[in-house]
Write a protein that binds this ligand. Structure first.
Ligand code: ADP
Ligand code: MG
Ligand code: MG
Length: 888
């Protein structure tokens, strides 16, 4: 016989907290509290399998269920000394849904089930309180009529309102027994009139219809949507809890309430919650009456004028706070509890791990580790790395009024306020004057880098989460809202238009890159706190972690930020970014446009000192930590002007005819630049570029060694290698430069030459490439593009559809594709290390800052991950969690 029903009560329970898959979270924890000897009204849980059976059999109840429920109720009757359906001492029940995951959208709870026209009299007589009995009955009819029979709850609310008006009662005046009795009659009439059937009087009928309604609610539209949004499988089903009622509406020594065992927004170790005297069920959260504080301290802090539970019901409060402490110690986590006090006696009705802000999560984890409740590893494991974003950036004060004018995608977290500007030049100029600005563009391009750096925040009206603006802003740690389609940028009039609102250049706006909102004016912000609890957690994470965390950075500003966030080196310095800044782009263009090698060398000679000083800065900021520098990677025409106006402008600067420049730009055009003349292919066509870069690196290293006495070991990385011979060739160029400089300076230089693994061929030939490489760095942006054959820049258009249609579950440019790209990484690691034992392996794509991808890197045995500066703390934490998960 299948066991469909688990009972609890009288200090014993058939289930426990470990069985939430079968009992649902609520049922499992009720059983657990019961076994702990806490005061829990007796009850039973119908397991989730029964719900699954129900759907597999055309909404029929499984055989044996009714008998098992009857036996369970008999147990409840024995414990309470009351009888279900009895007209003298009736047992009343609550019917409560409860799935594995807590799920708003499911059936609402039905209380006081079992009441009818006869037992309501008995209830009143037994309690010596007729008002209470009729209040309970009207609540039951209202809840049952709404959630089981499907009559809109407003019907009942209107009847009650009219009645109050007729009687001349205020909203908070308690009705008398006779008055409630009249309301009950009106309710029953309304049901009969609307549904053509009377309110069921038979408790058995009431019970089974309520149980079937809970099962049916598993497939209601709200529940389906919620499951969809939270990845909860429909196949789980919901449990049903049937429990003996206790009454918080039995006069002024009775109450009902909800509480957190610690403050869920600050994490402070103090009971935090609310209660209502003479109330039942959801009255506390319903907002009809204003609830009172549970503790006296909270009452004083909030200036409440009505007494706390601590003052009003000291005995119940004492047992309640003792139980909360007990629950915390037992579950080893902050709990969210529901309770009722019936004539001075406390009853526990629910417990579960409480939801909390990122800040509270930190504080609670640190405090609990310090109290010895959990280990440091557990404390580290409990923080959601993604939630750190909330802590690393200024955020809008939740109490501030928001004047929302539009919204887009939450592309890069944090909030920022500034004056509107529309061009990168204006942004840079404003920054020099010390003004704070928000750069507003339709979309951004690589030439906007300096403007983006100067901005407090970036707003684009086009583009997705992986648009240029979004990726670069995340990398820089600058808040960004992208694709705000309901805002129009009018460049001619230098305005933005959002419906009826028009804002001009220079007007203040605020963007919230965590929610995607665009707001008018300046708004109060909360500043991030990186010391304290955050610092402790990071310290413990660092102790637990195996992989190193480096950063992707090329500017001193980014390198410094990354160091302050705990980066242990640079894993990727993209040298091309250094060529976009200021006057350099013109020298770069001169080099690209040169007719021959001689012309190129002349321009490169001008670039050399600029690069050298950039590298020297990075070496000194990183102070002996490893620095990986990638040789020039993008196709050259990215540096060239595009529009006629830009061409005219650049031609003037270079002393060229615009037509001649146009011809040269056209000649460099590529059909598919991503797979075109880029990466090491540039160094092979124009070895003088690689020579200049190598020279800049080595000279900077020599200078740093002379200056600080600390030798720098530069790691030079060759991009887009597919063939071993490509790496051999470029390494030959680098080695030759090194020999020259060693001869010139008389100082020995240690350096590494390695390669990006970002082409499937390189991964497959890793054993051969490893013979020439000192390290591999997985460039997972390109490796994802080349493995899937999907261009990242064009993917936004169809990947969203893929996700919606369930073809892929996550954007593979955000979360590493474990099966395909991951397989190539595993192959390359294994083959590479077979050739060179201990070959250094790292990852430097955007994935290096994604917690799930970082777990993959741990499993694949990589030595380090590298990510944008603001993601360094996230990566440190995620790497620690991955190591702990591996049993570290
Ligand atoms: P939810 O999942 O929406 O929190 P619950 O099943 O926990 O729904 O029920 C909501 C409220 O109903 C509880 O917090 C409690 O106040 C009341 N309640 C539920 N069961 C009982 C009971 N057996 N006795 C008294 N009140 C109950
Ligand atoms: Mg509840
Ligand atoms: Mg690449």
């Amino acid at each position: 016989m299948t066991k469909w029903v688990y009972t609890f009560g009288g200090g014993k329970a058939e289930g426990g907290a470990g069985e939430s898959d079968r009992l649902g979270g609520k049922g499992a924890n009720l059983a657990e509290m019961c076994s702990l000897g806490l005061p829990v009204p007796p009850g039973l849980t119908i397991v989730t399998d029964a719900c699954v059976w129900f759907y597999a059999h055309g909404k029929a109840l499984p055989p044996g269920l009714k008998d098992q429920v009857r036996a369970g109720i008999a147990g409840m009757e024995a414990i309470t000394g009351r009888t279900f359906g009895d007209t003298r001492k009736p047992l009343l029940l609550s019917v409560r849904s409860g799935s594995r995951a807590s799920m708003p959208g499911m059936l609402d709870t039905v209380l006081n089930l079992g009441l009818n026209d006869r037992s309501v009299q008995a209830l009143g007589h037994d309690a010596g309180d007729a008002r209470f009995a009729w209040d309970s009955y009207r609540r039951f009819i209202q809840m049952y009529g709404d959630v089981v029979m499907g009559l809109d709850h407003e019907v009942f609310e209107e009847i009650l309102e009219d009645e109050r008006a007729r009687l001349g009662h205020e909203l908070d005046t308690e009705l008398s027994a006779v008055e409630w009795q009249h309301v009950v009659q009106l309710y029953k009439d309304a049901i009969e009139e609307a549904l053509g059937e009377p309110f069921p009087q038979d408790p058995e009928v009431q019970l089974w219809r309520a149980i079937a309604a809970v099962f049916s609610s598993w497939m209601n539209a709200r529940a389906i949507t919620y499951r969809h949004l939270h990845d909860i499988p429909a196949a789980w089903g919901t449990a049903v809890n049937v429990q003996a009622m206790v009454f918080g509406n039995l006069g002024n020594a009775s109450a009902t309430g909800v509480a957190f065992t610690r403050n869920p927004s600050t994490g402070e170790k103090a009971l935090y919650g609310e209660f209502l005297v003479n109330a039942q069920g959801e009255d506390v959260v319903a907002g009809i009456r204003t609830p009172q504080s549970i503790t006296e301290a909270a009452r004083l802090a909030s200036g409440g004028d009505r007494p706390s539970m601590e003052k009003l019901m000291p005995e119940a409060f004492a047992s309640f706070s003792a139980i909360c402490e007990r629950l915390e110690r037992h579950y080893r986590d902050m709990q969210d509890v529901e309770f009722t006090i019936e004539r001075g006696t406390l009853w526990m009705l629910q417990t579960r791990s409480g939801k909390r802000t990122a800040k509270a999560a930190m504080r609670i984890a640190v405090d609990m580790a310090e109290e010895g409740l959990i280990t440091r590893h557990e404390a580290v494991a409990r923080i959601d790395p993604a939630a750190l974003d909330q802590l690393l950036h200024p955020t809008i004060d939740p109490r501030a009024r928001r004047d929302i004018i539009g919204s887009g995608l939450p592309a890069s977290p944090g909030a920022a306020t500034g004056e509107i500007v529309f061009t990168s030049e204006e942004a840079v100029a404003a920054e020099k004057e010390g003004r704070k600005i928000i750069l507003v563009r339709i979309e951004t391009s690589p030439e906007d880098i300096h403007g983006m750096h100067a901005a407090e925040g970036i707003l684009t009206t086009r583009g997705g989460m992986t648009s240029h603006a979004a990726v670069v802003a995340r990398g820089m740690g600058i808040p960004c809202v992208s694709g705000a389609g309901n805002i129009r940028v009018d460049l001619r009039n230098e305005q933005i238009i959002a419906g009826p609102i028009v804002l001009n250049k220079g007007d203040l706006i605020t963007i919230d890159g965590s929610s995607g909102q665009v707001l008018k004016g300046r708004i109060a912000m909360l500043q991030p706190e990186l010391s304290g609890d955050f610092g402790r957690i990071m310290q413990w994470a660092d102790a637990a972690r195996r992989m190193t965390v480096r950063t992707n950075a090329e500017t001193p500003q980014d390198a410094r930020a990354a160091r302050s966030f705990g980066a242990e080196g640079i894993g990727l310095c993209r040298t091309e970014h250094m060529f976009f800044q200021g006057a350099r782009i013109n020298v770069m263009r001169e080099m690209i446009l040169a007719e021959d090698e001689k012309g190129r060398r002349a321009a490169l000679a001008k670039l050399l000192p600029m690069q050298r000083s950039d590298f020297a800065d990075l070496f000194s900021i990183m102070h002996g930590l490893p620095v990986t520098i990638r040789l020039l990677d993008p196709p050259l025409h990215e540096f060239l002007p595009k529009t006629d106006a830009e061409i005219a402008d650049v031609a003037l600067g270079l002393g060229m005819e615009p037509a001649a420049l146009r011809r040269r730009v056209d000649a460099l055009h590529e059909f598919n630049p991503m797979l075109g003349h880029r990466g090491c292919r540039l160094a092979i066509s124009y070895p003088e570029i690689a020579e200049m870069q190598a020279r800049a690196i080595f000279e900077a290293a020599v200078d740093a060694a002379r200056e600080t006495g600390a030798p720098v070991v530069p790691e030079i990385m060759v991009p887009l290698v597919g063939l071993r011979a490509e790496l051999d060739y470029v390494k030959g160029v680098i080695d030759a430069v090194a020999r020259e400089i060693i001869d010139e300076s008389g100082i020995g230089i240690e350096y590494l030459v390695g390669t990006m693994i970002e082409l499937p061929r390189a991964a497959l030939q890793a054993h051969s490439i490893a013979e020439a490489a000192d390290f591999f760095s997985f460039g997972t942006n390109d490796l994802t593009q080349t493995t899937f054959g999907i261009s990242r820049d064009d993917a936004a258009r169809f990947l969203q559809t893929y996700i919606e249609k369930g073809i892929v579950s996550r954007d593979p440019f955000v979360e590493l594709d474990y099966d395909g790209v991951g397989e190539l990484i595993r192959i390359a690691s294994e083959r590479g290390r077979r050739t060179k034992n201990g070959l250094k392996l790292g990852i430097c794509g955007e994935h290096g800052g994604d917690p799930t991808s970082i777990r993959f890197c741990e499993e694949a045995g990589l030595d380090y991950v590298s990510c944008s500066p603001f993601r360094v703390p996230i990566a440190r934490l995620a790497a620690a969690q991955a190591a702990i998960g591996q049993g570290g």
